[in-house]
Design a protein around this ligand. Structure first.
Ligand SMILES: NC(=O)c1ccc[n+]([C@@H]2O[C@H](COP(=O)([O-])OP(=O)(O)OC[C@H]3O[C@@H](n4cnc5c(N)ncnc54)[C@H](OP(=O)(O)O)[C@@H]3O)[C@@H](O)[C@H]2O)c1
Length: 314
């Protein structure tokens, strides 16, 4: 499909993959400071840049600002060009336009930047309307504090409201960041992916490794720790056939890993995956998802295996 891409958002369509940085400072879900630290993250950051992966996705709420702070420190240490996407959380007590502009200024301070490349509305939470938030997002662009505007976790209807509100101000909606991976293909089924492709809205795929499950390193006997283990308890027991197929397909591509197959599948579907990486090894492995492509036939086999796993778990 020929996607009509707006010149202002073209840079995002040129990016095949980014790095998720929720892990960078978050203790609650990811256990930052326990089995990885700032040095490990520095190594992940540098390894990503060396491999040409230079889009970093963060948010004001990750580690309560810590992710943006760490990313800011690392950006200062490099001469390499970096693209930064961050997010605004519309907490219910944030009722004024000033709250978004202030939050963005605070994010910029933590990042040590004058402007970010993409500012995203993290969730479509009430009470403030989508139209009102988009009008403040447009102000942020006018101020020069963000290059483009995106949304996250927006349904088809919510996204179209954001798209229309920005269009009235002469701005494109750059992206919708949603969960998408071989274990969650909701956006294929509900038409969101197709609509984004028709309108030139970049789909940024979060949790592209299903929070680590699609690397093949977890199973019912060794579930991921904490929240993740609970979230995926049902799927973990049924994952094996899919992991076996990913391993088999990876082998046919010069021994690509399950993680690399999972990320390449996201790219082949026309999305921009942003796998989280805690260290250089993970960042390097994830970058190995670039520079090759699964065949149509392999994608169809993966689609069918993922369907079976999800159906049997529900
Ligand atoms: N907009 C939103 O609402 C939203 C929600 C969630 C995430 N996100 C964004 O999306 C990014 C990615 O999603 P995610 O962090 O939820 O999950 P993910 O990318 O699917 O999984 C990341 C985790 O998988 C493991 N891992 C990564 N690469 C690996 C490799 N090569 N080999 C082995 N293990 C590997 C690591 O955890 P372990 O080593 O501990 O297993 C890592 O923390 C986040 O960082 C964030 O930027 C956005």
């Amino acid at each position: 499909m020929d996607t009509p891409v707006n010149p202002e958002t073209r840079f995002l369509h040129a990016v095949e993959m980014g790095v998720g940085t929720w892990q960078w400072g978050d203790r609650v879900v990811w256990n930052y400071g326990h089995n990885y630290d700032e040095d490990a993250i520095r190594a992940a950051f540098n390894a990503s840049l060396e491999q040409g992966v230079r889009l970093f996705d963060t948010a004001e709420v990750y580690g309560n600002g810590q992710s943006e702070r760490i990313l800011g420190t690392l950006i200062k240490e490099t001469n390499q060009p970096v693209l930064v996407a961050t997010k605004f959380m519309p907490f219910p007590w944030r009722l004024e336009r000033k709250s978004l502009l202030r939050a963005l200024k605070n994010s910029l301070d933590r990042l040590g930047l004058e402007s970010v490349d993409l500012y995203q509305m993290h969730w479509p939470f009430p009470p403030i309307s989508i139209e009102k938030w988009m009008s403040v997002m447009a102000e942020a662009v006018q101020q020069g504090w963000t290059r483009t505007v995106g949304v996250s976790n927006y349904s088809h209807t919510q996204m179209m409201r954001a798209y229309a509100a920005l269009e009235r101000r002469g701005l494109p909606l750059a992206s919708n960041q949603v969960e998408y991976n071989l274990l969650n293909r909701e956006i294929e089924k509900n038409g969101l992916l197709r609509r984004c492709q028709e309108l030139g809205i970049r789909v940024i795929a979060y949790s592209p490794l299903a929070m680590g499950l699609l690397t093949g390193k977890y199973g019912p006997e060794n579930p991921p720790p904490g929240l993740r283990g609970r979230k995926y308890a049902g799927l973990l027991r049924r994952l094996k056939p899919l992991i076996n197929l990913m391993t088999e397909i990876g082998r046919e591509h010069e021994s690509k890993s399950c993680a690399q197959v999972a990320l390449n599948w996201c790219i082949c579907k026309g999305t921009l995956p942003i796998p989280g990486a805690k260290n250089a090894e993970q960042a390097l492995m994830n970058a190995g998802a670039l520079g090759w492509r699964l065949s149509e036939e392999e994608i169809a086999r993966l689609d069918s295996a993922s369907e079976s796993v999800v159906r049997s778990a529900s």
